[in-house]
Write a protein that binds this ligand. Sequence first.
Ligand code: NDP
Length: 286
Amino acid sequence: MADIIDGKAFAATLLSKIAAEVKTLSFKPGLAVVLVGEDAASQVYVRSKVKTTVELGMESFHHALPADTTQAALLALVRELNANPAVHGILVQLPLPKHLDADEVINTINPDKDVDGLTVVSAGRLAGGLPGLVSCTPLGCLLLLQDVIPDLTGLHAVVIGRSNLVGKPVAQLLLQQNCTVTMAHSKTRDLAGLCRTADILIPAVGRPEMVKGDWIKPGAVVIDVGINRVPSVTPGKTKLVGDVAYAEAAQIAGKITPVPGGVGPMTIACLLRNTLTAAKRLESAQ
Ligand code: NDP
């Protein structure tokens, strides 16, 4: 039976370390969160980010804009936040309403304040091995992995999914750690056979329980990024499952993240970690 990688506990420890470090600073790291419109899920995410920011002793700047906000007004706000020295991190909650150009908005964020790691400059810095801010979920995956395998050198990692948000940055981070990385996607042939060669398997697909137990190499480390809402056994209720068929995979894997309670809690912890990193860099550059 696999060891469970407890992302919730790891994230809680990370958050308390961040809070302890914030107390030692002569300034307050500031995180600005911009929410446009009334998307219910986005409102929940933003509330949780704001709450955690304040709990850690950081400054929270919360901007809730109406759904009919224009592109020009949103860009003006991002530029204002770029120029505000009390703001060290800027996060624009996605998705934006359809009439807005998210790429333009994200790429207007000063890359040194890009705590979500989503600007093309951040992606380029990561690909080029330059210091920068790395998007939160991929960073969370790496921290969980390094906790269970401190030296990843030479291991074969298979990342399923090639999105800019998760798959690509995860692969870049693992490459930096000297893994041999294979990126799989919807056109990959014999995905199950490929997965069986993985010492580290990271599915980031969005397909409930797609990765079966017999896709996993005995003893492999499985980091399940997928979050999928499916009907539960209780009529009318839903539950969250990952991209991995957890019960059967846990019989074969060496270590595995559960869903929920694995990668999910790391994402917000890494957002605050990035805010602290950005704040220290920006303050020391002044
Ligand atoms: P995207 O939809 O952007 O990307 C999905 C990727 O999976 C694509 O590259 C796609 O391939 C690939 N894919 C789709 N179907 C298959 C298949 N049958 N076989 C192999 N590959 C396939 O999703 P994201 O990267 O944004 O998110 C992935 C998952 O991670 C989702 O469940 C999301 O909810 C979750 N997530 C979790 C977070 C967390 O905090 N834990 C944060 C962000 C995301 P192709 O490119 O060929 O289409």
